[in-house]
Design a protein around this ligand. Structure first.
Ligand code: MN
Length: 733
């Protein structure tokens, strides 16, 4: 973060830089050391106007951060990136500058750290801590980024005394909530221990210093006891030829405090101020040591923990046992192998520190996967199924975690846009949203948010409100619902007009006029289904997209059909198979001299009683009857020889098929009116075929069963009288 601009002598702090360069040269190869050296020069130049709160030149900070990482055994790229970790955030240097000088890998690390710097907007809400930790890991696409950030925080905590009191509290709080748990999850004990105590010191200074004093006072005598115990164990192990190292690690003030709080004990009853460790070569030796200790001292029931058989979340492995020592004072021993010890100390960093000794170790990516899994892992996970489920969540994670400008984390689904974000914050922010800034830059409203983005919504009281297009942009169902709700309320008048229009058009396409279908008793079930109160509500609902026209119309048309006994299928647009007349209609014609011959009416001219007709003897299908002036006659094979005279039998109860074509200006309800008209004449159309041309001319063809030509004339006349009908004629196929 940017330092103060007080002028300081430029030589101050140079010894830090020199010492750092020296250390680098001692550890890394010539080329790598040279690269790190160039990074120091670059950083010095970039930060030359900046100073730490301590008054030192700014470059001392990244050098210290890099040094912490050297002690952790990190690779040269990490060290180079650590030296440069603040240049993108605080200076004019760009990603490309860093990339050109130090390569893609270093540039990516620096960029990653810079992105994490945005997490300086931490919320103070405790419940957010887990989300923030999750986000932290999700954002760092390289675990080394997290390592640099942790080292950065460690050095900032070490120099926190120069910072103003209020900021101290905020940073210390953040450290305890985010950084220390992360260090713990990564298993980097040294980081965690130091971060804990530094944070605790600033958050509860009285308690910290009081405890520190008490610890100092009794540690000497406790350590004396510990050494006596160690000596006894060492003697026994020598007898059975087990090689072992012993270690006493003072526990942190913060962990002692937490233990007092958790166990509700005064300081005087906390006996393990120092953790005693026995480190051996094999797992078998661990259990042997445990057995020996348990034969020497009485173990306290319930205090033995086997973290070798069941490692803890951060890969930590050890045997823990507490026994009653001399004078009834309990002591705790941790038993582990050297390998386990490394993991306990360095956690994930052991990967770098000891990599040359660990052949076939899984690669970084799987380490990172492991870490991500850890963060998802609930400590109270009960069985393996739950574990598998948590893996799934991890691998198919759909979360995008973003910040409000004030630093509150907002959890969204992948693909979410600023509009989703806005509606998640508040409905009013969503509806008044006119634009969005992500990380300070204006973005289009369909911008896909990424984890770590800081999203700022620009609102206006004069905003026109959500547009219908937003429904296609948003990802969260919450936003969708809210937008629909708003459109519904805000545009009621428009929606009513639009919805009515939509329904009318849809009804017309099915051959109905809307008023025909809107009978109150038919509408009731529709209202009920969609919780509407009136036909206006229905129009509005259709208008804003809440109810589909087809859903409503299907129901209403069905009702209409029931009441009017009309075959829906026939009223539909499009060619439909003609239904065969129920009665045979081949009896109304007499064939001269052949009373029993089968008679059919030709489809080309469909003669009707009254028409002048002629017969044609077909091959095997009886006589077909044509109108005498049918144009097809001359084309019939051997017509002159096969023709036969036929006459009408004058029986009025016979039915014949007539094909009628109507040409009209297309409008709603026309087809229905024709149906009604036929209905009134006790006729029904047997097949209907309607089409509308581009210039809105409708052609309706239908066939109808009639008895004679008078009836046909009547039909034609009546249809001709319908509004908008231009032509009606008997058609010949
Ligand atoms: Mn920094």
């Amino acid at each position: 973060m940017g330092g103060e601009t007080i002028f300081c002598e430029s030589m101050v702090g140079m010894e830090t830089v020199d010492a750092f360069i020296e250390k680098v040269s001692a550890i890394y190869g010539e080329d790598q050391a040279a690269s790190i050296g160039r990074a120091v020069d670059f950083g010095m130049q970039a930060h030359r106007e900046q100073f730490r709160h301590s008054g030192e030149p700014y470059i001392t900070h990244p050098c210290h951060v890099a040094e912490i990482l050297i002690d952790l055994g990190m690779d040269a790229d990490t060290i180079t990136a650590a030296v440069l970790h603040d240049v993108l955030e605080d200076t004019l240097a760009t990603f490309d500058d860093v990339k050109n000088m130090f390569g893609e890998s270093v540039a990516r690390l620096v960029d990653g750290v810079t992105k994490l710097s945005r997490l300086g907007f931490f919320s103070r809400e405790e419940r957010q801590a887990e989300s923030l930790r999750k986000m932290f890991v999700a954002m760092a696409n390289d675990i080394r980024v997290i390592m640099i950030k942790l080292a950065d925080r460690l050095h900032n905590m070490r120099t926190l005394q120069y910072v103003e009191a209020q900021k101290q509290m905020r940073i210390a709080n953040e450290t305890l909530e985010i950084y220390s748990p992360l260090a713990h999850r990564l298993g980097i004990y040294a980081f965690k221990a130091e971060l804990d105590d530094l944070a605790f010191r600033y958050l509860k200074p009285e308690v910290f210093f009081e405890l520190e004093k008490k610890v100092k006072a009794v540690r000497a005598s406790q350590d004396q006891q510990m050494h006596e115990v160690m000596n006894v164990i060492r003697e026994r192990l020598e007898q059975v030829s087990i090689k072992a190292d012993f270690e006493g690690r003072p526990k942190t003030i913060y962990s002692i405090y937490k233990k007092m709080v958790a166990q509700e004990k005064p300081f005087e009853e906390i006996y393990d101020l120092t953790a005693m460790r026995v480190i051996v070569e094999s797992v078998k030796d661990c259990y042997t040591v445990l057995g020996i200790i348990h034969t020497l001292w009485k173990p306290l029931p319930g205090r033995f923990k086997d973290y070798i058989a069941v490692p803890s979340q951060n890969m930590y492995q050890s045997l823990h046992t507490t026994c009653l020592g001399a004078g009834g004072v309990p002591f705790e021993v941790q038993i582990r192998t050297y390998d386990m010890h490394r993991t306990a100390e360095y956690g994930i960093a052991a990967h770098w520190k000891y990599k040359e000794k660990r052949k076939g170790e899984s690669d970084l990516d799987s380490k990172l996967a492991w870490l991500r899994q850890l963060l998802e892992w609930q400590s109270d996970m009960k069985d393996s199924q739950e574990f598998m489920d948590s893996l799934k969540i991890d691998f198919f994670s759909d979360d995008v975690l973003v910040f409000t400008p004030k630093g509150t984390v907002v959890d969204l689904v992948k693909g979410s846009t600023p509009i989703d974000f806005a509606f998640t914050i508040h409905t009013a922010i969503g509806t008044n949203c006119v634009g969005a800034k992500v990380n300070g830059r204006l973005v289009p409203l369909d911008y896909k948010l990424e984890t770590g983005d800081i999203v700022e919504i620009i609102t206006s009281k004069h905003s026109a409100g959500p547009s219908r297009d937003w429904l296609n942009i948003v990802k969260t169902s919450q936003a969708k619902t809210k937008i629909k709700h708003w459109l519904k309320k805000e545009f009621r008048e428009e929606n009513i007009i639009k919805g009515k229009d939509m329904l009318e058009n849809a009804a017309r396409r099915q051959g109905f006029s809307l008023p025909q279908l809107l009978k109150t008793e038919w509408l009731e079930p529709v209202y009920k289904k969609y919780t509407l109160g009136s036909v206006e509500d229905l129009y509005a609902a259709v208008g804003y997209g809440g109810v589909q026209t087809s859903r409503v119309l299907t129901r209403l048309i069905e009702e209409y059909r029931k009441e009017n006994k009309i075959e829906i299928e026939q009223a539909r647009v499009g060619p439909l198979a003609a239904r065969r007349p129920k009665r045979p209609i081949d009896h109304g014609v007499l064939v001269k001299g052949e009373p029993d011959i089968m008679v059919r009416f030709a489809k080309c001219c469909t003669p009707l009683p009254g028409d002048d007709i002629v017969g044609y003897i077909t091959r095997g299908r009886g006589v077909s009857v044509h109108q005498r002036d049918c144009v097809n006659l001359k084309d019939l094979e051997d017509f002159e020889n096969r023709r036969v005279e036929v006459t009408w039998a004058n029986e009025n109860n016979r039915a014949y098929l007539a094909e009628i074509q109507v040409m009209a200006q297309d409008r709603a309800g026309l087809l229905m009116e024709i149906s009604q008209l036929l209905n009134n004449m006790n006729l029904s159309a047997l097949s209907v075929n309607a089409r509308v041309t581009k210039n809105k001319t409708a052609f309706i063809n239908f066939s109808v069963e009639i008895n004679d030509t008078q009836m046909l004339d009547k039909i034609i006349k009546q249809i001709r009288n319908l509004p908008d009908v231009t032509r009606v004629f008997r058609s010949h196929a």
